[in-house]
Every structure is written in structure tokens, then in C-alpha cells.
Design a protein around this ligand. Structure first.
Ligand code: ZN
Length: 222
């Protein structure tokens, strides 16, 4: 189970809402040593990082890594974000001053849709969550997956009491956990899903929210 190193609560690993601060970004300097000593790295909620004293530091280290080590090209820089380009992956990377990093693929950008004061970009990825401390919820999800093939993401977030850590609730509103249909026998599949119910392993679909001015910067960089 991944927990936020700032607040101690669970982190689901949602793009645009959570961030993973890897020690490979760190330098051999005193400040970096403090971060290591205090174990101020790993998974965290973007909202916790922004409120902490560590956001600026991590934002700076990530910018340095992407520009000086990985040589991503600089597309734009404002007082709040740095936008770089990973051409090989056909994606742009938004590094917020508060330490949040968002990867925006060209494919996702093309499918973006406008909402109030911003844009939603669809995203899908594998999703694994250890619910061994929440057996009842795990069972509800497993049954829902086995019978309807999906479970609402906002419902998972609500039941885990993680709403307060959402930076942009609108981005997960229509999100869902779902199973990729397989050719195997339906009953066998259902039995296996319910058996493995404490560890939920599914696909996840939701959105990344970008404010209007950030979306414009990312779009104009292509
Ligand atoms: Zn947190």
C-alpha cells in the first residue's frame, strides 16, 4: 500500500492529483541530504506537497533533471509552471512550481474536451490497489467488476475518505475501474476476480484537468 509521506494517508497514484518523488532526482547537497534523512520522498498527494515546505525544492530538482540530465527541450516557462517536451515519447511534461508533474501525451491532448475554466484530457492505465485493510469495500468492488465489469472511481475515493486530497475533483468524476474482457469462461473469470478480492487489479479510466492557460501552452507547443 502506498501512503503519502506528508499526511500518512493512502495514495492511489492518480495522474494530475498525486505525485511520486523519486530519490534519483536528488543531488549530493546538504538540502538533499535533509530530504533523505527525513524520508521526505516517495508517494504523496499533490495537494499535500503544495501545502508543505518541500514543494519548491522538489519542483526545482525535477526541472533540473528533465532539462539538464534528460535534455528535454523547454517549450515554455511561466511564474507557476515549466513545460518541457519529450519528443521520443510524443508527450509534453508540465512541472508545477509546487512539485506536481503531469505527463500529457499528444494522443490524450487531441481528445481533450472543454469544461468550466479548463480542459479534461482522458487517460487510461493499469491500476492496482491493496484493500486488505478494507475487505468489505474490496468485496463490493470485486462483485461490481464481476457483474457489471466496472466500478466508479469517485465511489472508491469517497469510501476511502480521500476526497479531501483531490486537487481537481472534476477530473475523476466520470472515472471508472474496469476489467478488460477476456475470452475465458465468464463464470471462471468471476470466481477468480472474487477470490482475489483483497487486491484489486484493474484498468483505470479518468481525466487529467488542465486550466485554460496551461492547456493553451501545451497545445501551442505541438
Ligand atoms: Zn497527503
Amino acid at each position: 500500500m502506498s501512503n503519502c509521506f506528508i499526511c500518512g494517508n493512502r495514495v492511489l497514484g492518480l495522474q494530475g492529483q498525486d505525485v511520486f518523488l523519486d530519490t534519483f532526482y536528488l543531488h549530493d547537497e546538504i538540502m538533499d541530504q535533509h530530504v533523505t534523512d527525513q524520508q521526505a520522498f516517495g508517494d504523496c498527494h499533490a495537494i499535500c506537497l503544495a501545502d508543505s515546505a518541500r514543494g519548491d525544492f522538489w519542483g526545482k530538482r525535477i526541472r533540473e533533471n528533465m532539462m539538464l540530465v534528460r535534455h528535454f527541450s523547454l517549450l515554455a516557462e511561466t511564474s507557476s509552471i515549466t513545460l518541457v517536451r519529450n519528443q521520443a515519447m510524443k508527450e509534453s511534461v508540465i512541472i508545477d512550481r509546487s512539485g506536481l508533474v503531469i505527463y500529457v501525451s499528444d494522443r490524450s491532448l487531441k481528445k481533450s474536451r472543454s469544461v468550466v475554466e479548463g480542459w479534461l484530457l482522458p487517460i487510461q492505465h493499469e491500476f492496482n490497489v491493496d484493500l486488505s485493510d478494507q475487505p468489505q469495500l474490496a468485496r463490493i468492488i470485486s462483485i461490481s467488476l464481476a457483474t457489471t465489469g466496472q466500478f466508479p472511481l469517485h465511489e472508491l475515493i469517497k469510501r476511502l475518505d480521500l476526497d479531501r486530497y483531490l486537487l481537481h475533483p472534476i477530473a475523476v468524476k466520470d472515472g471508472k475501474l474496469y476489467q478488460i474482457p477476456t475470452r475465458s469462461d465468464r463464470k471462471l473469470r468471476q470466481a477468480s476476480i472474487i477470490r482475489q478480492s483483497l487486491f484489486v487489479s484493474t484498468q483505470l479510466e479518468y481525466s487529467i484537468y488542465l486550466p485554460q492557460h496551461v492547456w493553451e501552452l501545451v497545445s501551442s507547443g505541438l
